[in-house]
Design a protein around this ligand. Structure first.
Ligand code: PMP
Length: 451
């Protein structure tokens, strides 16, 4: 039942019967559908969320790939309180807070060797646009101002800034803005092929050759015009598309050969989701720039950023010492609340061996999800680290509806999945148990048999 609509400014206690749904224009949401199927989360604790109507569900996607430590972690609650009383905000330009510097050092320590300079943003989208700007400015500073083109990938998701939608490969996100997307962007083919790789466990062995398409694009434009290639090590938001064995290595080789920077968008893969610190280490390929966001603060306070190779940073540090080297940044870059929370999150990940734990649970989720093979209407099952997706046969003429129906029905079964197109995705908190994974899979099995 839809909550009664009241005037603007309903109580912050979010009572389900008095919260107005009239004013908030929800992002990436079917707003009219939501009003008739409202789902307001009024409590989030551990790995569970509770809705205003009393339903409680396991948070299968850790928020939105953000909360690997679960919700309301006592140490994070304590950090937020302490930091709010110590330095709640300080300007990020000309002065700084120590937590941002400490966090940058901590992140550098987790990144691949040589990637040790960190620029903070507030979101993944800002991180992507920042990385693109760093790449373009880097070439210009080195006397190669012609290198302005970018290469993204079909079905890539890089946030919603103009840079991000330009290199991203999702029609719905960019077609309304086409005239204003970045000029000079090409897209590699995506790496998903149902015929060749359906039901592959982990990395497909078919498809490394798709990286060679980069050579064709380079030949078309000439390397002297190309700034960077950007890809997600594995694509998360578009339904867990796993890189074929050797594919990222091939991209690295071609980029290096032509002096093109390689950017890994690690907004989802960063900080342990694959059972390694970053996708770069997991797949054994070191890019030149990496973006991150989400898990760095467990989603508690927004934060994102870019990790750069030292050589890239050094290229900027050449003008007069008193002059700004990179005219870019955000009021909330390196926000002390976010930085303090980030430090606690990364400490907890290390002290409690959480990334190792994600690595240990990866085969459990792989086995559990692949046991669904053969169930009705399942076209594919994919997994990467501690994440998995089931691709469903769409309802004719209504793409996305089948996954949405299952997503709705699953909440009644106590499971909050993520419906993305016709896939259902999970990326649970790192402390997920075998039983909890079993319950996710049992729910999918039950629902695909009846929905
Ligand atoms: N890049 C990737 C790979 C992402 O998955 C996302 C968000 N899912 C973004 C960028 C954008 O992040 P944000 O929503 O924080 O702007």
């Amino acid at each position: 039942m839809a909550p009664a609509s009241t005037s603007a400014g309903a109580s912050p206690t979010a009572s389900p019967t008095t919260t107005s749904l009239d004013h908030y224009w929800m992002p990436f949401t079917a707003n009219r559908y939501f009003k008739t199927h409202p789902k307001l989360v009024t409590k989030a604790e551990g790995s569970y969320v509770t809705f205003a109507d009393g339903r409680k569900a396991f948070d299968c996607l850790s928020g939105l790939w953000c909360s690997p430590l679960g919700h309301a972690h006592p140490k994070l609650v304590e950090t937020v309180k302490r930091q709010a009383e110590t330095v709640d905000f300080c300007a990020p330009f000309q002065i700084a807070n120590p937590w941002a510097h400490q966090l940058a050092g901590k992140i550098a320590g987790m990144a691949p060797a040589g990637m040790n300079r960190v620029f903070f943003t507030n979101s993944g989208s800002e991180a992507v646009d920042t990385a693109l700007k760093i790449a373009m400015a880097y070439h210009r500073l080195r006397g190669e101002a012609g290198r302005t083109r970018f290469i993204g990938r079909e079905r890539g998701y890089h946030g919603v800034g103009f840079g991000g939608i330009s290199v991203g490969g999702l029609g719905p996100n960019r077609k309304m803005f086409s005239p204003l997307t970045l000029p000079g962007v090409d897209h590699l083919p995506h790496t998903h092929n149902l015929k060749e790789m359906a039901f592959t466990r982990g990395q497909p062995t078919w498809g490394a050759h798709l990286a060679d398409e980069l050579e064709r694009i380079v030949a078309l434009h000439d390397a002297s015009n190309i700034a960077a290639v950007i890809v997600e090590p594995f694509a998360g938001s578009t339904g867990i598309l796993v890189p074929p064995v050797g594919y990222l290595q091939r991209l690295r080789e071609i980029c290096t050969k032509h002096g093109i920077l390689l950017i890994f968008d690690e907004v989802i893969s960063g900080f342990g989701r694959l059972g390694s610190n970053f996708g770069a280490q997991h797949y054994g390929v070191t890019p030149d720039l990496m973006t991150f966001a989400k898990q760095v603060t467990n989603g508690v306070i927004p934060m994102g950023g870019v990790i750069a190779k030292q050589e890239i940073y050094d290229t900027f540090m050449t003008g007069p010492e008193h002059a700004i080297e990179f005219s870019h940044g955000y009021t909330y870059s390196g926000h002390p609340m976010a930085a303090a929370v980030g430090l606690t999150v990364l400490d907890l990940m290390q002290q409690d061996g959480l990334i190792q734990r994600a690595a240990e649970m990866a085969p459990v989720i792989e086995d559990a999800f692949h046991s669904l093979k053969g169930e009705p209407g399942i076209l594919d099952i994919r997994n990467a680290g501690l994440s998995a997706a089931v691709e469903l046969e769409p309802i004719a003429g209504k793409p996305g509806l089948r996954a949405l129906n299952l997503f709705e029905a699953a909440i009644d079964e106590g499971q909050l999945f993520r419906a993305a197109g016709d896939t259902l995705a999970v990326a649970p908190p790192y402390l997920v148990s075998k039983d909890e994974i079993g319950r996710m899979v049992d729910t999918i099995r039950k629902l695909v048999r009846k929905c």
